[in-house]
Write a protein of this length. Structure first.
Lengths: 302, 568
């Protein structure tokens, strides 16, 4: 139950059908039909006319506008907007905290990643997979085409439990790769070692657009919803640290709630100040339904 | 306050409980492991709330004291605290009769149930329970739990013997006349209740809390005994049997049956002599049994009685040559004596120095030169010698004109006693001379006949044996001395058979029957209405109730604190 989803579970026909429907629905809902509308300043031979330029030898003769020549006696060629593919970089958290609990948050994270990757591939965008825990790995780059959804699923199914959550380090490493600007989708619970401050700082340094997909559970915000959080307990975060020994009291619960509010406010604040997207996915509920609701309401992207 | 448990046990248990609870408090708590992704936030929250050591420890101590108070209260409750009875508190004495009247139907079982239920309502320190058995045993002392009572009464059944409650009450009243107020709860028969009331002082209240139901139409055998045959036959006995009906009616003789050794006695031999009495004459006194039966009612304890007949057989006597004719004449005329050879004789008469049955009890004819006493009685048992000295008049010596005899003999007449391996009577032969002052008196044949009987040592004569009544030995009447075996067994007191059936008496076995007119007549007595119960009210001691209520209250408090997360 705490293992990553197998390929068969991830590439489940029912789920894939839902992903397919989702991926078809989203372009109609989104302005520009893309995960993030990415217009480039590059001029090329796209389909959207933008301007004329004088003919120089070598230009495509088919682009010469003869009307202008008749009127002005000047050879000019039409220019079109360059519609480049938008790379979508998926940073998937596979640290231990994503694998504890039942069901583990990694299941929702992998399904979310596959659904979003399917949308991106459907829109002819390229997809890169960068799973991380203590280190970040480059699992796949520049995968494009709808036919590669299964390939993405196969890669995602390989995400086994790693060690601790070094999210800020993964972000910095991704930044250091000087990748083409695109969209970075961070799928994590964001329970990182050292707190959120270094994570926020690292995200702020990214030149890419950011979409934070936070995998949550109801008891994250309200511990009283967890039946085992009473009395004397030892909390195991799944990342090799010593268990946190506690006696759950009303005072402690209030302290936790305050800490969680600070944590949550920091994420929300970053999303607001840096025009990043923040989507909260309940790991205990079906992913597609939540994504559909989110995208239907407008993907929380800047 | 007193406790059912000994105080040292109570204190030791309290210390043990306190120690166990303290150890539990100190033991490392085994936490439940909970898998949570957000462990870092919990760690952060825990760091913000460092353990407040003083408060935490103080809360632990409060929790410990609360748990300890609850545990100690429950332990004290288990010790069954009870209020110490004050001087104005009544003591309750319970008496369960286990005699013949309780044998009717389910009387005893019902009485036992009622007793146990009533005893449970009285504080342990204020009750004592007695069982109406032959020993009037104490089956529950003050302070003992009622569970012991049920255990001690297990298997106890009433016995066919008269109720001893009235007798016991008399002794109890005299022993406890100044003990304060006593309520005597009786579970038995109406007749015993009425008898007991006569012995009670004002400080003792008699409460018949169970009375056996009446047995209407009861009739029973109230006497069965044997006496030497009026015909004079030595080896015969006359049997007396008496019957009575509780309603005073005459019992039809045809309903009464007698049997001897299992063989029915001809009813024609049964002669009525009035007042429900019947006699059978000249029954062979051979140590067998006579059984009388009068069945046909619901109270069987008095419907049957068995009597062991005395043993009376002719005395075999051997007479040596040279015995004075006067003695021979007495021997020949006595139907209880039959001639025999010295080897087969029970008793011999010989002259001193004769070698004639020397290993037998003997009447020895001697002279003044050989012994100083005119009459010398010898036996091995000093008690027998003492009993014989008390019964010399039955030897006819009381009628002896000793002065005249002394004149005739020109010697003083004296009686002496000596120790010897076997019984002997040594007597001057000259007193039997014709014309002597002794031979021609009526004392002489009496002396010879009774002397021979004493020498033979006949079996004891126990005319009847009634349960719960002292055994009667009439051997002295029909012999010379009481039966030595009975005397030894009695040890100066009475032999009282506890119940009916066989009763061992030395080498002999007697049959004991109920034979109690009061029991037979009272069996049909209609019991009076039961008086209001005199229980102490409420089976729960106030101290016990207070302790348990306090424990329950503290348990509720602990539960509330636990639910609120305040209890560690």
């Amino acid at each position: 139950m705490n293992d990553p989803l197998s390929f068969d579970a991830l590439f489940d026909p029912a789920f894939m059908a839902a992903v397919q429907a989702f991926s078809l629905r989203i372009p109609n809902a989104q302005r520009g039909g893309r995960l993030a509308d990415q217009r480039t300043s590059a001029r090329g031979q796209g389909t959207d006319f933008t301007d004329f330029k004088p003919y120089v030898p070598g230009d495509d003769l088919r682009l010469i506008d003869w009307n202008i020549y008749r009127r002005l006696g000047q050879l000019s060629v039409r220019m079109f907007e360059e519609r480049q593919d938008m790379p979508v970089y998926f940073l998937v958290d596979r640290s231990g905290s994503m694998f504890v609990e039942s069901p583990p948050r990694i299941h929702a994270a992998l399904r979310t990643a596959l659904a979003l990757a399917a949308v991106a591939l459907g829109q002819q965008d390229s997809v890169g997979l960068f799973p991380f825990a203590e280190d970040m790995a480059v699992q796949a780059r520049g995968i494009s085409g709808k036919a590669n959804v299964a390939r993405i699923a196969r890669h995602l199914a390989e995400h086994g439990r790693q060690g601790r959550t070094a999210l800020s380090g993964a972000i910095d490493r991704l930044n250091a790769m000087k990748l083409r600007r695109g969209l970075v989708v961070i799928l994590s619970d964001f329970f990182a070692d050292g707190g959120l401050d270094p994570v926020v700082a690292a995200m702020a340094r990214l030149p890419h657009r950011i979409l934070m997909v936070q995998l949550v559970k109801p008891h994250d915000a309200d511990p009283t919803l967890h039946p085992d959080l009473t009395g004397d307990i030892a909390i195991d975060g799944g990342e090799g640290d010593a268990a946190v020994r506690l006696r759950v009291t009303p005072v402690l619960i209030e302290r936790y709630r305050a800490a969680y509010r600070m944590f949550d406010d920091m994420l929300t604040g970053f999303a607001g100040t840096h025009r990043a997207g923040l989507a909260r996915i309940d790991a205990d509920r079906p992913v597609i339904d939540q994504l559909t609701t989110l995208f239907g309401a407008g993907l929380p992207t800047p | 306050m007193t406790f059912a448990l000994p105080v040292p046990v109570l204190l030791a248990g309290a210390v043990l409980i306190a120690g166990l609870l303290f150890a539990l408090q100190r033991l490392r708590v085994r936490e439940r492991v909970v898998a949570l992704a957000g462990a870092m936030l919990w760690r952060q929250a825990a760091r913000v709330t460092p353990p407040r050591i003083l408060t935490e420890r103080f809360r632990r101590w409060l929790a410990y004291l609360l748990a300890l108070a609850i545990a100690l209260l429950l332990w004290i409750g288990a010790g069954r605290p009870e209020r110490v009875p004050g001087p104005t508190d009544r003591h309750h004495v319970f008496y369960l009769d286990a005699a013949a009247p309780m044998m009717a139907g389910n009387a005893y079982a019902e009485a036992r149930r009622a007793l146990i239920a009533d005893v449970a309502t009285v504080p342990a320190a204020q009750r004592t329970v007695y069982l109406g058995d032959p020993d009037d045993a104490t089956v529950l002392e003050p302070g003992e739990p009622v569970a012991l009572l049920a255990r001690r009464l297990r298997g106890v059944q009433p016995a066919p013997r008269p109720s001893g409650f009235a007798r016991w009450t008399a002794g109890f009243a005299s022993a406890h006349a100044h003990d304060g107020k006593v309520v005597l709860h009786y579970y038995g028969s109406a007749a015993a209740t009425a008898q007991a009331r006569r012995h009670l002082p004002s400080a003792i209240t008699l409460s018949p809390d169970y009375v056996a139901p009446a047995t209407p139409g009861n009739r029973g055998i109230v006497a069965l005994g044997a006496s030497p045959a009026a015909s004079g036959a030595w080896d015969r006995a006359d049997i007396l049997v008496a019957v009575a009906a509780a309603d005073g009616s005459t019992v039809d003789p045809a309903a009464l049956s007698l049997s001897r050794g299992g063989i029915a006695i001809d009813p024609g031999r049964l002669r009525a002599i009035g007042n429900g009495r019947f006699v059978v004459r000249d029954v062979a006194a051979d140590g067998g049994t006579i059984t009388a039966a009068l069945p046909g009612d619901a109270f069987p304890a008095d419907d049957r009685a068995t009597l062991t007949l005395p043993m009376r057989r002719p005395i075999r006597i051997a007479i040596a040559p040279g015995v004075p004719p006067a003695m021979r004449a007495v021997i020949d005329a006595d139907p209880a004596l039959v001639p025999a050879t010295p080897d087969a004789a029970d008793v011999v008469i010989r002259r001193a120095g004769d070698r004639f049955g020397n290993d037998r009890p003997a009447m020895i004819l001697t002279g003044p030169a050989a012994q100083a006493d005119t009459f010398l009685f010898a036996t091995a048992d000093a008690d027998e010698r003492a009993a014989l000295s008390d019964g010399l008049d039955r030897l006819g010596l009381a009628d002896l004109d000793a002065a005249r005899l002394a004149d005739d003999l020109r010697r003083p007449v004296a009686v002496g006693f000596a120790a010897a391996p076997r019984r002997t009577i040594s007597v001057w032969a000259t007193i039997f001379a014709p014309g002597s002052g002794f031979a021609t008196t009526r004392a002489m044949p009496l002396f010879v006949a009774q002397g021979v009987r004493w020498l033979a040592g006949p079996a004891p004569w126990v005319p009847y044996a009634g349960a719960g009544r002292p055994l009667l030995d009439q051997s002295e009447l029909y012999g010379l001395v009481p039966d030595p075996a009975i005397a030894r067994q009695r040890l100066g007191g009475d032999l009282v058979p506890a119940g009916t059936g066989a009763y061992r008496l030395g080498a002999r076995q007697l049959s004991v029957a109920l034979l109690d007119r009061e029991t037979t007549m009272a069996a049909a007595a209609v019991p009076p209405p039961l008086a209001a119960r005199h229980g102490a009210g409420g089976g729960i001691d106030p101290w016990f109730a207070v302790v348990m209520a306090a424990a329950a209250l503290l348990l509720a408090v602990e539960w509330i604190l636990y639910r609120r997360g305040v209890m560690p």
